[in-house]
Design a protein around this ligand. Structure first.
Ligand SMILES: N=C(N)NCCCCNCCCN
Ligand SMILES: [Mn+2]
Ligand SMILES: [Mn+2]
Length: 306
């Protein structure tokens, strides 16, 4: 089914620590180095390669889970799709179509896919891939500083600031977490549609937000989209549109662990990493976050070996 797969891409997640065998891998990392509509700091098309390179510095052993998670999971790194690097242009429609098709194939092969971006607009294509395979509804849980609920921004509905509007329009339920920057149009839509939103300003003083956020998810199945600017920019400065007051590291991990334990997470993506010159903090942190997601899924799905 997947004929364009290759294990010979420049950089695999975790590098030589794991054998990248597609057939036996439960997890596929799908790099989508696509950038077209970012409006402030650029560079998220370089996010996937920086994340993959940084992942070589991760310990295979997850000290929280007390396991070498990568051997339980088997992690295959796909070749990049919708690549805009080196001045290449990819139309938004083409990016969405190739993303959707690639996801569909991987999901049909029963892979747990972690798509890594690239700008957040990609998530619309990723989610449509899941819609094609899953008949029952699933909730899109978003960690982000921004609502991303504008109908259109800077002349296109495929702008990264509009991606959750595309998802709301697909009719999927959403739960938004860490939000702290929205415009009037988004505030009005949240009220009009009574969207579920956990605002960073309130989360900071609400010890029960994790429990409440998970309880607010109306379906068993969840797709998780992480825009890394949802995390505090002191932890991940390498983003295009930083906003102060984001999630801290251990709240993020606690939320994610509970989410994976209590729901069936059918897939996830990690978007908007835009590496900073002369600092590896952002890409290492995002690589570690990626590995934590794999570990939480491995525990929750019982992929435990030996
Ligand atoms: N999802 C995002 N990253 N959104 C960023 C939106 C940027 C809004 N600039 C507003 C400038 C108005 N003067
Ligand atoms: Mn954002
Ligand atoms: Mn976003």
């Amino acid at each position: 089914m997947i004929s364009t797969l290759s294990a010979t891409t420049a950089v695999d997640f975790l590098g030589s620590e794991i054998v990248p065998d597609y057939e036996t891998a439960k997890v596929v990392i799908l790099p989508i180095p696509y950038e077209a509509t970012t409006s402030y700091r650029k560079g998220c098309e370089n996010g996937p390669s920086a994340l993959l390179e940084a992942s070589h510095q991760l310990e295979c052993y997850d000290e929280e889970l007390d396991r070498e998670v990568c051997f339980d999971a088997g992690i295959f790194t796909h070749t990049p799709i919708a690549d805009t690097r080196n001045g290449k242009t990819v139309a938004a429609e083409e990016m969405l179509s190739v993303t959707q098709k690639t996801l569909k194939g991987l999901i049909e092969d029963q892979k747990f896919v972690i798509s890594i971006g690239g700008e957040h607009s990609i998530t619309a294509g990723v989610v449509q891939g899941y819609c094609q395979v899953y008949q029952e509804p699933f909730t899109v849980v978003q960690i982000d500083a921004h609502g991303d609920l504008r109908h259109e921004y800077e002349g296109t509905i495929h702008n990264h600031a509009c991606v959750m509007r595309r998802i709301v329009n697909l009719g999927l339920p959403t739960v938004q977490v860490g939000i702290r920057a929205i415009c009037q149009e988004e505030a009005d839509l949240i009220k009009q549609k009574n969207l579920t939103i956990f605002r960073a300003r309130e989360m900071a003083f609400n010890q029960d937000w994790i429990e409440q956020a998970i309880a607010s998810i109306p379906t068993e199945k969840v797709f998780l989209t992480i825009d890394v600017d949802g995390i505090d920019p002191s932890l991940i400065p390498g983003v295009g549109t930083p906003e102060p007051g984001g999630l801290n590291w251990y709240s993020t991990l606690t939320f994610l662990r509970h989410l994976f334990e209590s729901k069936d997470v059918i897939g996830c993506d990690i978007m908007e990493l835009a590496p900073v010159v002369d600092s590896v903090v952002s890409e290492f942190t995002v690589a570690k976050l990626t590995y934590k997601l794999i570990g939480y899924q491995a525990v929750s799905k019982g992929w435990i070996k030996g």
